[in-house]
Design a protein around this ligand. Structure first.
Ligand code: CMP
Length: 139
């Protein structure tokens, strides 16, 4: 079925002017950008978005990084969008990511790993609603 997922192009990518290159990989994978905006996350947004990780040792570093430079938040639509996006992103740690994936191609480290993508349809709905109003999504 055609579904939606949520994506973030992270600060390591916006800083290196890779917004277009990353988006091209997503589009080549059959995903369509149905909403997109460039934002500079506040601490409140970063900590709220990553609240599930608040007890992890890297939580502070993760939030600081996500607030360090602008990001591009996107809603992606396509056949089985969550799985398709996870496949094109590659493993969280670029050292483990498959050839041709976004993280293998662009990521710098497990923290500076270029993209975020929802891990389930349930979380996709929550994450989309965190950053977008329904009328901002144009399918
Ligand atoms: P993301 O999909 O955005 O969700 C949580 C993020 O935490 C993950 O991508 C990684 O970038 C980050 N992360 C996971 N493990 C580590 C780690 N050991 N050190 C720093 N960041 C990490």
């Amino acid at each position: 079925a055609v579904t939606r997922t949520f994506s973030i192009i992270k600060p390591d990518a916006t800083r290196r002017n890779l917004t277009g290159a990353v988006t091209a990989k997503l589009e080549e994978a059959g995903l369509r950008v149905v909403a997109s905006k460039r934002i500079h996350m506040t601490r409140e947004q970063a900590e709220g978005f990553y609240a599930v990780h608040k007890d992890r040792p890297f939580f502070g570093e993760l939030c600081d990084f996500m607030m360090s430079e602008p990001v591009v938040v996107q809603v992606l639509e396509g056949e089985d969008a969550v799985a398709r996006n996870r496949e094109v992103m590659g493993a969280t740690n670029p050292a483990d990511a498959a050839e041709g994936t976004i993280r293998k191609t662009f990521a710098l480290s497990i923290g500076e790993n270029t993209v975020h993508g929802s891990d389930s349809e349930e979380n996709a709905a929550i994450e989309i609603a965190f950053f977008f109003k329904p009328e901002e999504i144009v399918g």
